[in-house]
Design a protein around this ligand. Structure first.
Ligand code: ADP
Ligand code: MG
Length: 356
């Protein structure tokens, strides 16, 4: 799963105080789980039990789909590449089925078999210039590995619940959609455990349940949860806009979370274009997607980032999800459906436009 040194593509903003403040006490926490920072706030009758169920679920999910734990189902699948089929847990099988279906609709922009290239690029740093292990690979090295990138090589047998990678050297990395998938599981777990309101941020991937409770009867004083959208060229706490959300998820892909600046001055980051094997460089600094389907939002944010500014802008109102793009000329574009939800913050040097 994705490794990240900082919290939040969407760092939390304090909720508005004042009258209508809830008398309920939420259960909050910040933990390191699934190789990233998980932050949550939960309201419910038995939020302690819900919290425990949430953390157990994350541990179980990670033990199945992690790329870092050698015993995970995905690691076993990768180790047996080109050799044999591996029996998977239902969790890992379901994630793989979903991941492959998303690869298939991405027109080549989203591919879970980029893992060997991710390892070659080894972009794990948060802007370390010239740090060890982050030198630019040669074109030959990139092309040799690129030849094996093809999600159609993941061969699934639903009857036996097994998977096999067709060729030796191939490997799967679910980092482009796993946090969103986990966000969907989190919603289910929390709702099943009586959580009526709250949010979970999984390394900046947000999942929101209901509204922030007010004090009055009949929902009086309830407010939408409010978050901030990170400045892709600012620090962890610098925001360019705020967004109000309820009962949905939000995922962001950007070129600022894990990257290094090469000796050639180029920003090399962790989202790769499966067509070239190089970091996607198509006019965007970040792409955020809002959808009740967390796996879809996570996939779509990566997909849009790879496909780039032109494709994303042309489709900003037709993809059945809310979209916020920040391009390399510091222009923020928001889809029509988010017109009332997103508010730009002044003085950040960005222009702002709701695309009609
Ligand atoms: P993040 O998880 O860092 O917030 P993303 O959702 O865009 O952002 O996921 C990036 C991760 O997805 C990378 O670290 C890598 O594991 C994987 N990845 C990178 N490029 C692609 C791609 N084109 N298709 C599928 N997965 C990708
Ligand atoms: Mg993603």
């Amino acid at each position: 799963m994705v490794k990240k040194g900082v919290i939040a593509a969407a760092a939390m903003l304090g909720l508005l105080g004042g009258c209508g403040e809830s008398t309920q006490v939420p259960r909050t926490g910040v933990v390191f789980s699934m190789n990233t920072v998980v932050e949550y706030k939960l309201y419910g009758e038995n939020s302690e039990k819900a919290e425990q169920a949430l953390l157990d679920m994350f541990r179980e999910f990670e033990s199945r789909v992690s790329n870092f734990l050698p015993e995970s189902d995905i690691s076993r699948l990768n180790s047996a590449a080109g050799e044999q089929a591996v029996e998977l847990s239902q969790t890992a099988f379901d994630v793989l089925v979903r991941a492959i279906s998303l690869c298939a609709v991405s027109d080549g922009a989203f591919d879970i078999t980029l893992s060997p290239l991710e390892r070659l690029w080894n972009i794990t740093s948060d802007g370390d210039i010239g740090a060890e292990g982050v030198s630019v690979p040669t074109r030959d090295e990139v092309e040799a590995l690129l030849a094996n990138v093809d999600y159609r090589s993941v061969l699934l047998d639903p009857g036996k619940r097994t998977a096999k990678l067709a060729k030796q050297g191939q490997a799967v990395d679910l980092g482009g959609m796993a946090k969103g998938y986990a966000a969907d599981l989190a919603r289910q777990t929390l709702v099943d455990n009586g959580v009526s309101s709250g949010y979970v941020s999984i390394g900046g991937n947000l999942m929101i349940i209901g509204k922030s409770p007010g004090s009055g009867l009949f929902g009086y004083g309830d407010r939408l949860y409010k978050f901030s959208l990170r400045d892709p060229r600012g620090g962890v706490n610098d925001a360019v806009a705020t967004i109000e959300l309820t009962d949905t998820t939000m995922a962001t892909s950007g070129d600022y979370e894990r990257y290094f600046i090469g000796e050639d001055g180029v920003r090399y980051h962790h989202i790769l274009d499966p067509m070239t094997g190089y970091p996607a460089n198509a006019g965007l600094m970040s792409a955020s997607v809002i959808s009740p389907d967390g796996a879809y939002a996570d996939y779509m944010s990566t997909n849009l980032f790879v496909r780039g500014r032109e494709y994303a802008l042309n489709n900003i109102n037709s993809l059945d999800c809310g979209i916020i793009l920040i391009d390399t000329d510091k222009r923020i574009y928001v889809s029509k459906s988010l017109e009332d939800a997103v508010r730009p913050l002044d003085g950040k040097g960005y222009t702002f436009e709701v695309v009609q």
